[in-house]
Structures are given as C-alpha cells and as structure tokens.
Design a protein around this ligand. Sequence first.
Ligand code: SF4
Ligand code: SF4
Length: 505
Amino acid sequence: MNVHISQEQNAVVAVVSKFGAGIAKQISGLETKPSELNVRILKTSESAIVLAASTGHTHQLVKIYLTENKAGVTGFDRETGALIVARESGLTPHLLSYSLARKILIMEFIQGQSLAEMLTAGNCQALCFKLGRWLARFGKLTKAPVQPQSWHDYLIQCGTGPDSEVINQSRAFLQDFLIEDYALAKNDSAPGNWVVTPQGEFKGIDFEFAAHKPYGWDLLLTARSMVRLFPQFANELCEALCKGFCQSGAGRYDQFLALSKIFVAHTLSGPERNPTRLDTVLRAFNEASGRQLSLVVNAPYLDDCTERPDASLVQQFEHHLASVADQAWDDVDKETGGSAARSEEPASEPNTLHQAICTSCKGWCCSSGREKHAYIDRATIGRLRTQRPDLNKNDAVSYYLERLPDQSVTGSCLFHGKNGCGLPFETRSDRCRSFSCNSAKQLLQRSARHGFADALIIATENGQQMRATLLENGKITTATTTPSSPARRAPARAATLAEKGSSNG
Ligand code: SF4
Ligand code: SF4
C-alpha cells in the first residue's frame, strides 16, 4: 500500500493498514491487493479520518470514523443516515458502501472546489443564492409537519441562537412565526462543507452533526456563517440566501428573511442590528396614523394588469370544458345509486380576514389556473348539474364561457379579471374554493390565537413592498400603485394608507 503521509501520522497508517484490503475491494469491485491502493489523507479530526483513495483509475472518498470516542460513533451514524436520505438527490456525494461494524463510509469523490475557497466579496451574494436553493432542496427531502411551536420558544430553548436581548426585541414576530415542519438539517454550515463542481453544482459534505431541526434551521446557521465572513453585506447575504431558499414557496420569503436577520443580529454591531422589516413598517404606520395595530403580515403579490387573452387559449379552454362536461354526463348516465363524480357542496366563502389578504395579493395563486383550466373538472361540472338541473351539457359549457371576462390578468387564469374571479364562489372548482396559501393560513392562525380582527397586510415581491392593505372594523382599504408594467412598478407605501385612507382599488 502506498500511503503518502508523514511520520507523525502513524496512527492513520495503522487504521488504513487494518482496513486497506476491504477498502480496496469496495473501491475496485475486485479482489485487489492492498498494495494497489493509493491513499492520500485529506483531513483528520478527533472523530474521523478522511482519505482520497484510488485503485487504478477509480477514485473514491473514504471516511473512517474513530470509534474510541463517542463523537466518532455518533458522527458515523448521523452521516450515514444523511447520505442514505440524500442518496438519489444529487445534493451530496453518492454513498457507495459502508460498514456498520467498522464505521467506514465509502463515497463518490467529488471533483471541485471548496465553497470556502471560492467565496469572495464579489461573488458571495450569487453563491449564497445557490446555497439557499441547496438548503431548501436538502430540507425538503425529509420535511414533515409537527405540532406547531413558535420560533420564539424554540430559540429560547435551543440556546445557540441570538441572545435574549435580540429575541426580546422581536418577540411579537417570533411568537407569531410558527415552526410547522421539521427536517433533517446539516446543522453545520461552515462554507468548507460544500464542494462546488466545475458545472456549478453544490454538493454538501460532512454530515457528522446532522439532526432533525425546524425546517429553515440550516438557513439560519448558514446566514450566520456568511455574515461572519462578510459583515458588510449582512442584509444582502440574508436576502440572497432567503431568495434561494424560498424560490418555490410563495409568501415565506419575508418571514425567513426577518428570522435570518434576527438570527445574525448578535454577530453584528451598530446600525446593522435592527428589528425586522415588518416591525418597522408597522411602527411607521402606527405612528403616522395614530393607530395601535398589532397584526402585520406579508402577502404574496401579483401585478394585476390585464389584457385580452389569446383566442387560442379560450378555444383550448372551450375544448377542455366540452370534454369534462362529456365525462360528467357519462358519469350520471352510468350512475347507479348516485355515486357519480361530483364534488361536495361548497365550503363557506372566505372570511373578511382571508378576503383582505387576497385583496392585497390580488390572486397570486390564480396564476396556475391558466394552464389548469381554472381546475374545472368532471366533478365541478357534476356539481353544477346538481345545482342547476335545468342545464343540459351544452348549457353547462356555456355557463362557464359566458363568465369569462373580456380582459384577464396577464398570465393568470382566464377567469381572473381586474376585480377578481369572474365565477360565483359556488361554481368554482373544489381547489379554488378551498385553497389557502401559507400566508393566508398564518394570518388566520395568528388572528385566532391573539383575537386580532384588524390587520395591516403588505404584499411583497422579491422583498419589495408593492401593495398595502388595511383591514379595520371589517372594512378593507388598499393603497397600491397598481403598476401596469414591471418597469413602472414602484413600492406601495403603508404610509399612504395612514395619510389618506384610500379606498379599495
Ligand atoms: S390564497 Fe389569497 S393571499 Fe394566498 S396566494 Fe391566493 S389570493 Fe393570494
Ligand atoms: S377560477 Fe377563479 S379562483 Fe379559480 S383560479 Fe381562476 S380566477 Fe382563481
């Protein structure tokens, strides 16, 4: 065996000598003499030795955990578990084999550069965005709901987050932001624990500290690591990480951004150490208007400029309607005992609070209704048939076509007009009648928990405030710039509401 190490690493030689034959066989897949195994030590710690090992042209990474100490044993268990979970994800090196008895892992050797070596002031924001995406994808592998708990209580208990002064400053926000999911977290966000391949892919390495944590925990640890490296870009790095992390989850960005800033606050000093953006908006609003509102939330945002939909889209929709109407009538023709596909009677219409947040957002969730044909299916038509026995199949199709607005919100569902959905609530699809995004759910939960009836709702896009809506005494008022094109967009100001009390737009 050719072991290229120095004299003082005899202990390592001993370990490799002991397991060399087994490692060589695992790597080459053949009976290979230990003398044909080339080994280079990459890293040693009190719990493990990491080797680059090769036989011929085959290179792999071998991690030998030292079982003399507890850290070695638990580190092996945690890393093995994480690599098994992520085996098919492409987010980590591929786990090739492992020995439970000997605490050895053999995994794919990733060619690339350590993130720690790559990071510069010039590229840290772009790399953080990609890192945020990696964190979201890794978390989602094991994300599972739990009994909700507030971030406030969690941070107080965990003891490794912000100091109590920072937690107290943002108490209201942290109490309202609920942990609803746990996931396997890497739980160690040193930048040296990612390798970036020549193709720009991120691969996480070193999972010795992996543990089940609130979803988003890795985001917070990573924000702290990055801000420690580049404190001058604290806000930008938190924003980049959160944008990457929340890319596919509407409405969560501002909450995770606020949480990240709270989490990194104690690594900063001076003016960087500030309360959350929403808290600031609410304070400014209350000061300007003389109100005492306590509830402020973010909503998703959709630009509501409209256009006449392409005729081909309407035609496709008509074909879809005709097809599902055929199916609905077939169902009833074949029906025995009334078991045809027919959705349930409508759930109740959204309450005022729900309407307020949707008014502020203006129907972000309806965007997907365009390609999904407003989610109208045979069950929707079946229900219409029950509600309106006077209609025949063609009438059912006409019922929907006649309710299409002349102008639809650009890129959104064909029923989505300037004033919202063109369909009466009772004849919308099941999905449209029951859907609530996370932001809406959280608003309702917070209101129920604290008994708040009034709220300030800020619709944001990429962290920018676009529209502010006030729900007060059951009345919804909105201040918005109603931008007609991205270039003309300007942030809506909550202060506009405070000063003018403008009416719903
Ligand atoms: S449920 Fe309401 S607030 Fe949420 S995305 Fe849909 S329209 Fe917007
Ligand atoms: S039918 Fe109405 S509620 Fe459903 S996606 Fe279209 S606009 Fe939105």
